[in-house]
Design a protein around this ligand. Structure first.
Ligand SMILES: N=c1c2ncn([C@@H]3O[C@H](COP(=O)(O)OP(=O)(O)OP(=O)(O)O)[C@@H](O)[C@H]3O)c2ncn1[C@@H]1O[C@H](COP(=O)(O)O)[C@@H](O)[C@H]1O
Length: 113
């Protein structure tokens, strides 16, 4: 079964195909981002990341839920724009998941020796 994120990613890929063919729906915000290009998309990723941090620092979980979704949406648009598939992204997480004990040992440095 596809997750909602996989489903949205498919929509964003379809929007890219429409945009590339010159068939962007007039009111598509996603196509507007593709048209603006990678700098604009990265700027939005940065903005949404900052808004996510502020919502967390304010202890506002209603806002935080919204900002996390805005951030993920813009990260997905970036992935599509750069030619990455969501499966490529998930594969990395899957591989990390297979490792046990990911916590790195902290290095203890003795500055006196
Ligand atoms: N998941 C999202 C999604 N999340 C956030 N956003 C948009 O991201 C924008 C972020 O808001 P901002 O106020 O920061 O941006 P803005 O001021 O409107 O625009 P800028 O000029 O600053 O870029 C809003 O316009 C939101 O509507 C999204 N827009 C679209 N989707 C999904 O993308 C799919 C395709 O959408 P369209 O391409 O619009 O048809 C649909 O399934 C949608 O659900």
């Amino acid at each position: 079964m596809m997750t909602v994120y996989q489903e949205i990613f498919e929509v964003l890929k379809a929007r890219k195909e429409q945009f590339d063919k010159g068939e962007a729906p007039e009111k598509s915000y996603t196509c507007y981002l593709y048209q603006q290009g990678v700098d604009k998309i990265c700027k939005k990723v940065g903005e949404e990341a900052a808004e996510t941090i502020i919502a967390a620092k304010n202890g506002d979980n209603d806002e935080l839920k919204n900002e996390i979704n805005d951030l993920l949406y813009h990260v997905m648009v970036l992935a599509v724009n750069q030619g990455l598939d969501w499966a490529d992204v998930e594969k990395v997480l899957d591989e990390r998941n297979e490792k046990i004990g990911n916590l790195k040992q902290f290095k203890t440095v003795d500055k006196n020796t």
